[in-house]
Design a protein around this ligand. Sequence first.
Ligand code: DGY
Length: 324
Amino acid sequence: MSATRPQILVARGVFPETIARLKQHFDVEANQEDVVWSKDELVAHLQGKQGVFTTGSERIDAELLAACPDLKICANMAVGYNNFDVDAMAAHGVVGTNAPDVLTETTADFGFALLMATARRIAESEHYLRAGKWKKWSYDMFSGSDIHGATLGIIGMGRIGQGIARRGAHGFGMNVIYHNRSRLSEALEVECKARYVAKDELLRTADHVVLVVPYTPASHHTIGAAELALMKPTATLVNIARGGIVDDAALAAALRDGRIAAAGLDVFEGEPKVHPDLLTVPNVVLTPHIASATVPTRRAMADLAADNLIAFFGGKGPLTPVTP
Ligand code: DGY
């Protein structure tokens, strides 16, 4: 082991090519078995490491940083970085980076796919068929709601939200409304064919609501019982952002009681655990946090996280730093 090369920990399983590339620049310890380490295990593996390649499931907080004095950079293979306590990282002089842009279109594709599967009851009807229950065609069997021409409400109009808006407006002739902390420029609103509205108006009028907001203390339970009560009983809700943005218990109750028609969820509070009530309602499509999961996109995410480490230790500064 060379004393001059930075020491890097790859905290979860990742492409062998990514590890091989990192090894060209660094001394690398990699979590080859892809076990999810406890905080104590992560701290133990981080001793003497100057950099860590994270995937989004490793919590980097004040306690961990105090126990890992050599750490200088945490590179997340994810656009979301709610696993970073960015204030604590700034206080310890530790740089955080994420992986934006490279997953935008793939994630927007998935958001749209989940919306369509939810509105058109694809998962529910497939389970019915596989269970051998399909005996005849019926005029009202698995009737869902239309996507073309419907009103699409997007909460969170960053790059992925804009991608979903473009798909809805240009591909399906949807009437797109959005809510965001700040309004888009007029040019972007024209490009996305999207109209800014207050959150309550969006919830009251949208046929399909898609959540794409980052998870912060302010966005915790953006959708709870009160918000679900505003939605149309025929509406669908899709969450591809983060668990915790939706109160999953309140959502399960709303789905069970028919207060909204259906939901599609790729992310969950406390994942990989899923609220047990969600597992008992038929009108919800559940996927295991795969919105960015295509081979080229996951490779691009891994490459960008590695590029950040290489640029940082090469003296060029991080490519995509996150800010407190
Ligand atoms: C992201 O990039 O934030 C995705 O959710 C994958 O973790």
